[in-house]
Design a protein around this ligand. Sequence first.
Ligand SMILES: [Zn+2]
Length: 280
Amino acid sequence: MMLQLPHVARAGRFKTLVAPLVAGSLSTSAKLRNAPPNFFTRDLSTTSWRPRLKMAEPTSPRAVRKYLQQSHDRIFENNKKWAEEMKKKKPEFFTDLSAGQAPDYLWIGCSDSRIPAEAITGLDPGEMFIHRNIANLVNNIDLNVMSVVNYAVRHLRVKHIVVCGHYGCGGVKAAMTPKDMGLLNPWLRNIRDVYRLHQDELDTLEGEAKYDRLVELNVHEQCRNVIKTAAVQQCWAENEFPVVHGWVFGFKDGLLKDLKFDHEGQLAEIQKIYDLTKDF
Ligand SMILES: [Zn+2]
């Protein structure tokens, strides 16, 4: 059954709906004509069994409405197929999922849509607790990431915490741009601070090499931020886990690079100042 999107069905709201798709002060039809060439024609499918979805010409409001409806409905079609497939492969799959979770890994990655954590690591649902934000940052006043780390360590008792960045990260690139980024300023400030900490090394590099290295150094600093938390320090003191890892994903070959973050060495270094193992 086709699901009807109320805001799509109401043609009167068409302009409100389409306007944010292409920024600028052009008329709606001009905005559609000037949309990036692959915006509507790109193939959203990633596997052969999924229905292919394409919209050839972004020329009419009707075509846009059709695209929006289809791109919504395909998710439910895919979901139904996935559920059937999983059940066929392993009849007790959903009974197991319902029983609870005991993941070994906490993944802190970038929100970038090209990095499906479970797919690139070959892990199944239930094996990885996941947190993602722009440029995989671990900021100690971000209640979101701090709650995730705390819950994963103290309650799920994860064995590994992975901070995974990626080459070509838009967040890191934005932080390298000397420009007012509005609301993003305080967030990107964290990456600019990483640059400042490693300025001597980074200033010797140019172009892509500098960009790639900042991606790696950002992962390194976020690993250090994970280690600065009381949850990680106290759990490690008692159990010798979780271990913190820094990885970088590459779009060009799909491979993860292990930055060989020295968990124990960094922990000892960090605890000279940030030792939170004792109760208050
Ligand atoms: Zn990114």
